[in-house]
Every structure is written in C-alpha cells, then in structure tokens.
Design a protein around this ligand. Structure first.
Ligand SMILES: C[S@@+](CC[C@H](N)C(=O)[O-])C[C@H]1O[C@@H](n2cnc3c(N)ncnc32)[C@H](O)[C@@H]1O
Length: 293
C-alpha cells in the first residue's frame, strides 16, 4: 500500500517511492480510493508530470514527481496550493482560530473570498471543506460556496503534519501551479511528458452525477473537446491517461485507445440505494497494453 507520510513505501508495482503529503481537502471525484490502480497504469518513465484538472491531487501526491505542472479552474483550490507552499505557518495558525459551530460556519461561508487575503482565503476554504456536509465543494450559479454545515463532532480542521509535508513537497520540487483552463495547460506539454486528465465525470444518468465544481458546468460538449485535447497530446508524443465514467458516450469518444473498466465505489450519488461498487469508471490510455488510436 502507498501511504502519504513522507516515508519510503513499496507500492503494489514493487517500486519504492518517497511520498510527500496527501490531499489536504476532500474533493468530489478525488482519486484516493483508486490510487493503486492509477499507479499501476502510470508509464514507467516520463519527463514532466502534468495534471491539468488537478483538484485535490491524489495522484500527484502519490507519485510525488520532482517536475510537474498542475492546474485547475477553481481559484480556491489553486490559492490553497500556493499559500500552503509559500506561507504554511500562517495558514496553519489561522486554521486554529476557526470554530466548529453552525453560526460561525455560516458566517465564514457568507464571506466573499475575493475580499480576503490569500492566507485568509485558503484558511476559510480548508475550514469549510473540513466542516461542511460530506466535505464537498460546490458552488451556486453566482459562484458562491453553498454546501451546508456538516455538524461533525470533532472534524480535523488543522492537520499540521500534512500541511507541512505538502508545503515541503511543493516548495522543494519544480511544481508549477496554475489557475486556468485545462486546454491552456495541455498546450505546455512536450513529447515524453505524462498528462493525467481527471475531468468532472460525464453523468452515468441524468440525475445522479456531480459535475459542478465551480459556477460553470462540464458539459457534453466539454467532454468532446477534452477528447480532442487527448488526441492532440497523443499526436504530440505525450503519454496520456484519462479517467471518466463508464458510459457509451465516453467510450465512443476514446475509441481506438486502451480502455480499462475499473471497479469503483460511487459515494457521491444522491440516491443512497445507487451507492456501492461496480464497473462505473474507465481508465483510458494511449500507451501500454492494447491498441493505439
Ligand atoms: C474529478 S475532479 C479532479 C479530482 C482529482 N483527480 C483528485 O484526486 O482530487 C475534476 C476537477 O476538474 C476541475 N475543472 C473543471 N473544469 C475545468 C477546466 N475547464 N479547466 C481546468 N480544471 C477544470 C474541477 O475544478 C475539479 O477540481
């Protein structure tokens, strides 16, 4: 098993690696549950690791590459990465001052993040993530965080050891952190780089799936455009891996590439009876076993 504590671990592929830090927020679609499968599918060698829709970065932290480019369209998570890298003690100290009460939560939630300092903004973001219902990040159409209070007895608002490990990892390696559209980030990829794309999933059915991490949604057209970017990166000579839902539409977009069905647990379905294990996800690659498109 891989753990994230910064010690040398032997993973299922038999390679040992130093892992620095782990995701510092819970994130819808976060890949911590699937990390061992993802690691088995990483190309054995590559230049720069690029994750253009990085979210909480489960694979980033598990791989801990020394050279990487990460980006996300969500300004809250990207600000948090930057502040943890550059000002970790200030954000840790600010996190100790939050309170786990309903009144305080809604007061913090109502604040406009654009009017806070970067440290206050990261601190509010992590606090809300730790204390809100299910650790979700979701925005309304005005771009305001709108998840209700979780009412957990003892949420771990400050995980100082992990924040320090993340800060150390981000600060002591060549990691570019960008708040921008994935297409712009994909343009930075060079032959021999490894690009992992983990977009908001195409819905398994029209009512159940969560695709809204920010005020914009990731539409069917976006999925189509992402598959074009995948093909462009393939033609350029990059190693490309992508996760998505196991639906005929998505499988059609990646026809000709290696598509593996993955047994995944669906935790974010709104209907409790639809939660559970199944072949809900696929992993698409342009390298390795299978045919190349
Ligand atoms: C499934 S999540 C990624 C989860 C991540 N792999 C993890 O382990 O936490 C998808 C991410 O794509 C981001 N996203 C959505 N649209 C985007 C866009 N156009 N450009 C860049 N990022 C985008 C979302 O903000 C979200 O963080």
């Amino acid at each position: 098993m891989v753990d994230y504590n910064g010690t040398k671990q032997t993973s299922p592929d038999g390679r040992s690696r130093t892992v620095r830090g782990r995701p510092f927020v819970k994130w819808a679609g976060g890949k911590r549950q699937l990390i061992d499968i993802l690691l088995k599918n990483v190309p054995p060698q590559y230049n720069t690791y690029i994750e253009p829709l990085v979210g909480a970065g489960a694979l980033l932290f598990a791989l801990a590459p020394t050279r990487a480019i990460i980006s996300d369209i969500n300004p809250e998570i990207i600000n948090a990465y930057l502040v943890i890298r550059d000002n970790v003690h200030a954000v840790a100290s600010s996190l100790t001052r939050h309170k786990n009460t309903e009144e305080y939560f809604y007061k913090a939630r109502s604040k406009n993040p654009n009017q806070l300092s970067p440290v206050q903004r990261a601190s509010r973001f992590i606090y809300l993530n730790r204390t809100c219902f299910n650790g979700l990040y979701r925005e309304n159409s005005r771009g305001e965080f709108n998840v209700p209070f979780g009412d957990y007895e003892t949420p771990k608002i400050l995980d100082k050891g992990n924040l320090l490990a993340v800060s150390d990892y981000l600060g002591s390696n060549h990691i570019s952190i960008l708040c921008q559209d994935y297409k712009k980030t994909a343009l930075l990829a060079k032959p021999g780089d490894f690009v992992y794309c983990d977009p908001p999933y195409y819905p398994l059915n029209t009512t159940s799936s969560f695709t809204k991490y920010s005020k914009g949604d990731f539409t069917e057209q976006d999925q189509g455009e992402l598959s074009q970017v995948f093909r462009d990166l393939d033609r350029k000579g990059c190693y490309v891996m992508l996760s998505n839902s196991n639906t005929p539409y998505i499988r059609g977009l990646y026809k000709g590439y290696d598509i593996e069905e993955i047994e995944a647990y669906r935790a974010l379905n709104c209907k409790a009876e639809r939660r559970g294990k199944g072949l809900y996800e696929i992993l698409v690659r342009n390298y390795g076993r299978g045919t190349k498109g």
